[in-house]
Design a protein around this ligand. Sequence first.
Ligand SMILES: [Zn+2]
Length: 156
Amino acid sequence: MASRAVKTATTLRSRFGVVSPPIADALVYLVDRRIRVRLTDLPQGISGATYAEEPAGAVIWLDTDDSPTRKRFTLFHELGHLLLHPGTFYCARGAISHPMMEREANKFAAELLMPKPWIIADVRQGQLTIPQLSARYRVSWQAMRVRLKELGLSDG
Ligand SMILES: [Zn+2]
């Protein structure tokens, strides 16, 4: 049975008719147009934050200094918190620890940006390299590498 993170990501894609990569960043606003996304200089070690402000909406903070692909992954990680978890989050950079909610938000972001069935189809069909797949899905090489490994599709 699919996890809650996977189910939520799958439901969103089908609700908004998203059938091919890359997922648009604006999907966040389709999910809830009250969400505001802000860029700021976050404290060292923090890559994103979510502040749920009911009933006014929510604010997602991304770190100005992060690369575009990193910001994008964080954006959807934070959206995962908004959809799956109550409260406010300050998300640490890297995998220093794996509290359950952080892992779930990462899983949501990975499944939304790099849907398992799409990745499997691409890998089976083509000779796409990691840089090509990363460009197609607009994610970092590292995120794609991790995803392929998770799905059992990489040699290394
Ligand atoms: Zn988080």
